[in-house]
Design a protein around this ligand. Structure first.
Ligand SMILES: Nc1ncnc2c1ncn2[C@@H]1O[C@H](COP(=O)(O)OP(=O)(O)OP(=O)(O)O)[C@@H](O)[C@H]1O
Ligand SMILES: [Mn+2]
Length: 421
């Protein structure tokens, strides 16, 4: 054999080795159990493989997005108003099942303005849930929930996916993301800079006032700090005003109607040394499919995608309105832009079911459009930018993971994974 032949044979042999090696690698991980991969690790490898071979359509812009973008921008555009209570009457009639507001409605831009502008006339502690929140009344009438800022936008929350306190702007982001993805199941939320002295303390009842400390700082100027009343509230952990007593927070419109709280089948144990059954059992969904209505399962799978994009890993319970799932409490999102918690997507990759409309919609906003559009919609918010560029890149990266997981499911189930319920 001459030198050239040896080189060619060498290359062919090593290519063969690579192909075989890679196949063995995949066969090792593809320890298929009734069509499902045996472990989360194997799944992660499979997803990584899928991500490397994503069809360009998932990476590029879909021209169909223009139509949606223009309508959305028009719908959420800031608009003046004359009578706030008329708008509140309208908005309180909006909810239908779990849809909190209509797809397009000429009152939306004005309604958002009422939440930004109307005077805060009464404030109480709201000891519901575990985190600090206040109940505010606007113009002596409309009740809203207030969640304050705890962290700067670029704070990185270490630890578990559910660690830390609320990230207030995540609630606003969730509202606009829900609007874009047509998961209009979130409450309507605006960011607002509020004065702790004149708008909260002065309008607060005695109980609230007793959870606000007023102390003189080095310059002898009063400093207002709120610690509130809730499960995790304590005098050491406070929200303090700046030199003009201002704090950032979000006003969350109260969803009219009755909400029912249910334990999530994908609940975490919240203990470092104990894992939940769903974390190790890739066939976990099989028994759920018999126990739970498909429509509920489809709702929870939509929720999983939504939560995965924003990295909310704290949906231990979910709430329903007229038997459909609502997206209440989105504050534990955007903790660490560098981390993706794939297991938030467990409902999707374990059940391999997805609402057809959700899948169609997700594909409209490929190629960077999703975060660009949420960014443009939220430009009018007092707290813009809601999240850092790193977090925006995180959302886009995770959208590709969602595409890859759906591709993985399509390999297993074909088109029958898509449902129209
Ligand atoms: N916009 C809303 N409309 C109606 N009810 C709401 C709204 N936001 C919150 N609630 C009610 O208040 C409860 C507590 O709110 P939320 O879940 O945001 O608090 P949390 O302190 O984050 O709770 P947890 O610690 O359980 O996560 C909810 O379970 C819900 O019943
Ligand atoms: Mn919460």
């Amino acid at each position: 054999m001459n030198k050239r032949t040896i080189i060619i044979v060498g290359i062919v042999a090593s290519l063969l080795g690579l192909v075989l090696g890679a196949n063995f690698y995949f066969m090792y991980y593809l320890n298929i159990e009734e069509g499902h991969l045996a472990s989360v690790r194997a799944l992660e490898n499979m997803i990584r493989h899928k991500m490397r071979h994503l069809h360009p359509a998932y990476l590029n812009r879909n021209p169909r997005f223009f139509m949606f973008r223009n309508k959305l921008l028009k719908n959420y555009k800031m608009a003046p108003y004359e009578n706030a209570s008329v708008l509140w009457d309208i908005a309180n009639w909006w909810p239908q099942e779990n849809e909190i507001y209509p797809l397009y409605d000429s009152s939306m831009g004005s309604l958002l303005e009422t939440l930004r502008k109307e005077p805060i006339t009464r404030v109480n502690n709201l000891a519901r849930g575990t985190q600090l929140k206040l109940l505010m009344r606007l113009s002596q009438q409309q009740k809203v929930i207030f969640k304050p800022q705890w962290y700067p936008r670029d704070e990185i929350i270490e630890g578990q996916v559910y660690s830390g306190k609320d990230r207030h702007t995540a609630e606003v982001y969730a509202f606009y993301l829900g609007a874009v993805l047509d998961l209009r199941w979130t409450p309507i939320v605006v960011g607002r800079v509020v004065n702790l002295k004149t708008e909260i303390y002065a309008q607060g009842d005695q109980e609230l006032q007793s959870t606000i400390s007023i102390e003189a700082d080095e310059d002898g100027k009063d400093k207002y700090c709120l610690y509130g009343k809730c499960h995790y509230c304590n005098e050491e952990e406070t929200v303090c005003g700046d030199d003009r007593h201002n704090i950032e927070g979000v006003l969350i419109y109260i969803v009219p109607g009755t909400l029912a709280k249910r334990r999530s089948p994908w609940q975490r144990t919240y203990k470092d040394d104990r894992r939940a059954p769903w974390e190790d059992d890739m066939t976990y969904c099989k028994s759920l499919k018999n126990k739970m209505e498909t429509i509920r399962l489809l709702d929870l799978i939509d929720v999983a995608i939504f939560d995965y994009l924003i990295q909310n890993g704290d949906r231990h319970h979910y709430e329903t309105r007229e038997d459909r799932v609502v997206l209440i409490d989105n504050g534990k999102a955007f903790g660490n832009p560098n981390k993706d918690h794939l297991d938030i997507l467990a409902p999707l990759y374990q059940c391999c079911l997805l609402r057809k409309s959700t899948w169609d919609r997700l594909q409209v906003f490929s190629g960077g459009v999703l975060t660009e559009l949420v960014d443009r919609l939220s430009k009018q918010d007092a707290l813009y930018p809601l999240i850092t560029d790193k977090h925006k890149r995180g959302v886009e990266r995770r959208l590709l993971v969602v595409y890859a997981v759906v591709e993985y499911c399509m390999d297993l189930e074909g088109d029958k994974m898509f449902k129209t319920l």
